[in-house]
Design a protein around this ligand. Structure first.
Ligand code: F6P
Length: 348
């Protein structure tokens, strides 16, 4: 029987389990058996796989996280990592590998295909929504929905105390999570990594908003530049580990100093990455998972399943991983059009 390996790499996100279910159920109907590679590329290096039957995935559609475990292991950064990964295809008798991940995990898949013609199909996932060549990635909708709810709670307590509230959200070097949370929660100011924060303008807007409503809300991305970054720790994919920067706290201090209004911060952190996937994420994840199994059966490798409008279709892995998808001018125009508020930070 032909065999498909499935792995999930990088940060987990809601939607991985429905995507795994989609691959396994479709693959089974096409005559394949599946195995779950444990903890991302680390599992390929160690040839660590467990059977993944249709019965095992039957009830995971609403489950957060990933039943396969994940890691930020990069085979290209481990001695003998690439050779071990290639050997695992043979040792585990894999006819194909479906790799679910963001730019890091899929970047490895793209390289393995380019350099060694490894039979890989990519499935895009990331709460950051920063992958090129696809309109959306699953995980984004759920994590922004959670952040939107958190923002509303901050407004409630902030208004009671006549405070300015700052919500720091994840999203890495793309501002999508902060932007969508801010728009959806009616924030008075949104700070994203793509634009430098104009402190004077932000303070004036927050003071005015606070005078009108007795509360004001700022949503900030974890990766904004406040001009005082020191040495940053890097992970195996050379990405900054952002959680220790505390930009929300620094921003709140700056706001309090400039407005004279008491300001508090909340960092939502990993809370926004857990829990059951939303309807949107369950459907998208299922569609891309099923499509990935179909592509394997057609032997179309080196591709990622992308959402393009209402379709899910293959795009070259190279195109998906070449460049980060960041917030575009159209989105800045949209938020500016909301009667001047909320307004996104712009170049000072
Ligand atoms: O890439 C997804 C993400 O959640 C980012 O938004 C965040 O910066 C990072 O992962 C956190 O990573 P970790 O779970 O390793 O702390």
């Amino acid at each position: 029987m032909k065999r498909i390996g499935i792995l999930t790499g990088g940060g987990d996100c809601p939607g991985l389990n429905p995507a795994i279910r989609g691959v396994v159920l479709k693959a089974s109907s096409l005559g394949y058996e599946c195995v779950g590679i444990q903890e991302g590329w680390k599992g390929m290096i160690g040839a660590n796989a467990k059977p993944l039957t249709p019965e095992m995935v039957e009830e995971i559609v609403g489950l957060g996280g990933t039943v396969l475990g994940t890691s930020r292991t990069n085979p290209y950064k481990k001695e003998g990592g690439v050779e071990a990964t290639l050997a695992a295809f043979k040792n585990l008798s894999l006819d194909a590998l479906v790799a679910m991940g963001g730019e890091d995990t899929l970047g490895v898949a793209a390289k393995l295909y380019r350099q060694h013609q490894a039979p890989v199909v990519g499935v895009p996932k990331t709460m950051d929504n920063d992958l090129s060549a696809t309109d959306y990635t699953f995980g984004f909708d759920t994590s922004v929905t959670i952040a939107m709810d958190a923002a509303q709670r901050l407004i409630d307590t902030g208004r009671s105390h006549r405070r300015i509230m700052v919500l720091e959200v994840m999203g890495r070097h793309a501002g999508w999570v902060a932007l969508f949370t801010g728009i959806a929660a009616g924030a008075d100011y949104i700070c994203v990594p793509e634009r430098r924060v104009d402190v004077a303008q932000m303070s004036a807007r927050l003071k005015a908003a606070h005078a009108r409503k007795k509360v004001a809300l700022v949503v900030t991305s974890e990766a904004i530049d406040l001009g005082e970054d020191k040495e940053e720790k890097l992970d195996e994919f050379d990405h900054m580990i952002l959680k220790e920067r505390g930009v929300g706290e620094k921003l709140a201090e700056l706001i309090q100093k400039n407005t004279g209004i008491e300001t508090r911060t909340a960092v939502i952190g990993h809370i926004q990455r857990g829990g059951p996937p939303t309807l949107f994420d369950r459907i998208l994840a299922t569609r891309v998972g099923v499509k990935a199994a179909e592509l394997v059966s057609e032997r179309k490798f080196g591709v990622m399943v992308a959402q393009r409008g209402n379709e899910v279709a293959p795009v070259p892995l190279e195109a998906a991983t070449a460049k980060l998808k960041t917030v575009t001018k159209e989105w800045f125009d949209l938020v500016d059009a909301l009667s001047g508020r909320p307004i996104v930070a712009h170049h000072g």
